[in-house]
Design a binder for this molecule. Structure first.
Ligand SMILES: Cc1ncc(COP(=O)(O)O)c(C=O)c1O
Length: 417
């Protein structure tokens, strides 16, 4: 079936694009001499794990369930990091994970010896550090923001080492995750600070690996991969450690679509199109981050806040073209410019995906296709208001779509009681 025919709403993963990303990552891992893991929190479509496993070294997880998924479906190196583990899950985690990474010295003290005994495989125990080096503006995605709970600061590590109770001898690697959709210049700055603060610990013979986390937008066109490779080689050569990267976004960047149908329209100065997809349910990052996803055949424009501006911006289809002055992004309005607000069927007034400019009218019954919808979409969706979960499809290199999974009422009911 072609993407134009599949029932909506639907996530469609583009395997050609996914494989292009994977080839880039494989090349980085070969040239840099590092290992690259899939961060499942971003993309857990395990139907694609056989393909991903051909190129990457394994998976990383945020807790027991993702760790189980990686063990069952990828069956390669399996790592886990969680801010804190539960007493009743740590033994199972240790039995299926190669690296168990702790967020605090107290967690190493509590579980470290137990994990060392249970762990069936080498690699062992890691400690997440916080270099306290912010390189980005998204406060909610910044583990280096003031008062962060993520990772051990150099001050806390050195205080703990003074107690000398043996926890350090259990640690065989360091983990750091500070980036979000960033280029390798931010990594370079972060690594400089890591070396300054933690270099002497990294150089100790007991430390065998360094995991540089995710947030590296390696597969983006403007990403400087040569610099990443240089940084990885430098760390390997200087500290004699195995280097790991665990990107999520970069694995499936621009490799998925969310296909939706326009169900109705409401004209209230601005014309809002009501879709069978929802930001709140099917692309929560649009509201949380926030960001505006690209839409095939349309241009995202800044949100129109002021009704007067809407009247002159050509948003209302009732307004003759000659009365339109300019788009809110400053472009002169063309004869065929139509601006719509895209929203959903939930009760949440703010469940708005964004304002978009089309060069043709859009009507109920038309289909729209949001891009870059593989990452942080399926893994975060929900059935608020009883909204249907989009079915999941994969599209092969020839453009044929195959249904992987569809959901119905039972999936909604099954999570309730
Ligand atoms: C510890 C850790 N590793 C890896 C990732 C993946 O990051 P990204 O999807 O931005 O590459 C995250 C994302 O939050 C993370 O917290």
């Amino acid at each position: 079936m072609k993407i134009s025919d599949i029932p909506t709403p639907a996530y469609v993963v583009d395997e050609k694009k996914l494989e292009e990303n994977l080839r880039i990552l494989k090349d980085v891992s070969e040239q840099g001499g590092c290992k690259i893991l899939l961060a499942q929190k971003a993309f857990s479509m395990f139907a694609e794990y056989p393909l991903i496993g051909k190129y990457l070294d394994g998976t990383t997880a945020s807790g027991l369930y993702e760790a189980r998924l990686g063990a069952e479906e990828m069956k390669k190196e399996n790592h886990v990091f969680a801010p804190a583990y539960r007493e009743d899950e740590i033994d199972e985690i240790a039995s299926i994970c190669d690296h168990v990474i702790f967020n605090s010295v107290s967690q190493v003290r509590k579980f470290g010896a137990r994990v060392s005994e249970k762990a069936g495989r080498p690699g062992g125990i890691g400690l997440r550090i916080n270099p306290e080096c912010s390189t980005q503006d998204h406060a909610i995605y910044d583990p280096c923001a003031p008062f962060s709970r993520l990772g051990v600061t150099i001050g806390n590590l050195e205080n703990a080492l003074r107690e000398d109770d043996g926890f350090w001898s259990l640690v065989s690697g360091l983990h750091v995750h500070t980036l979000c959709e960033q280029n390798s210049d931010a990594l370079e700055e972060t690594v400089r600070v890591i070396e300054e603060k933690f270099g002497k610990y990294l150089a100790q013979p007991g430390i065998k690996w360094l995991n540089l986390g995710g947030g590296h937008h390696i597969t983006r066109d403007d990403y400087d991969r040569e610099r990443l490779i240089r940084i990885v080689r430098h760390l390997r050569d200087t500290y004699r450690v195995e280097v790991y990267l665990e990107p999520g976004e970069a694995v499936a960047l621009n490799a998925g679509y969310l296909v939706t149908e326009v169900l109705d329209q409401v004209d209230n100065i601005l014309t809002t199109l009501l879709l069978d997809a929802s930001a709140a349910c099917h692309m929560p990052d649009v509201l949380e981050m926030p960001y505006q996803p690209p839409l095939k055949g349309a241009v995202a424009v800044p949100r129109i806040e002021d009704p007067e501006a809407a009247k002159t911006a050509g948003c209302n289809t009732d307004i003759p073209d000659k009365n339109r002055i300019s788009d809110p992004d400053g472009c002169p309005v063309q004869e065929d410019s139509h601006i719509y607000r895209l929203s959903s069927c939930t009760c949440l007034a703010g469940d708005v995906i964004g304002d978009y400019r089309f060069n043709h009218p859009v009507r109920p019954g038309d289909r729209l296709c949001f891009e870059d919808m593989a990452i942080y979409s399926m893994v975060k969706n929900n059935t608020f208001n009883g909204m249907a979960l989009p079915s999941i499809w994969k599209m092969d290199a020839g453009g044929d779509c195959i249904l992987v999974k569809k959901f119905g009422y039972e999936d909604f009911k099954g999570r309730l009681s």
